[in-house]
Write a protein that binds this ligand. Structure first.
Ligand code: ZN
Length: 142
């Protein structure tokens, strides 16, 4: 845990989040600044700043959860495409220094670039999407 880390504060509940999945080692929740509808994040519960400082098994368990969440988003929203994106360092667009993986549904010509602005989304709309993803997660074998 890191006292100043936004994601650690989400993990301990200090900052509220729209959670879609939690297990012993990872948490998945909706990005409150969605660059596209359905934008979700997967983080390890242990604080590691980035890919280079995290033990490989932490990266692996985070990726395993990301694959499951990505499949659930695909079933829930059926987007034409999806990015699994993992950023390391400010120059690469990392804004929270706690290892994380983005799942970003994509559409043709949706205008998204790698360096998007953080614009707070409509919480009710995000919660409605989260519920559709949770339903798909409940339907899979886990
Ligand atoms: Zn952290």
């Amino acid at each position: 845990m890191s006292d100043s880390c936004v994601f650690c504060m989400i993990l301990d509940g200090t900052i509220p989040s729209i959670r879609i999945h939690e297990d012993d080692t990872t948490l998945a929740f909706m990005d409150i600044h969605p660059v596209q509808p359905g934008h979700a994040l997967v983080i390890p519960k242990a604080h590691h700043p980035n890919l280079f400082e995290a033990p490989p098994e932490v990266v692996a368990t985070t990726a395993r959860t990301a694959a499951r969440i990505g499949s659930a988003i695909q079933r829930a929203l059926n987007p034409p495409g999806m990015n699994l994106l993992q950023c390391n360092g400010e120059a690469a667009g990392q804004s929270v220094m706690h290892l994380h993986m983005h799942l970003i549904p994509r559409a043709m010509n949706d205008g998204m670039t790698m360096n998007w602005d953080l614009v707070k989304g409509d919480v009710n709309a995000i919660e409605a999407i989260a519920e559709r993803i949770r339903t798909e997660l409940a339907n899979d074998a886990g």
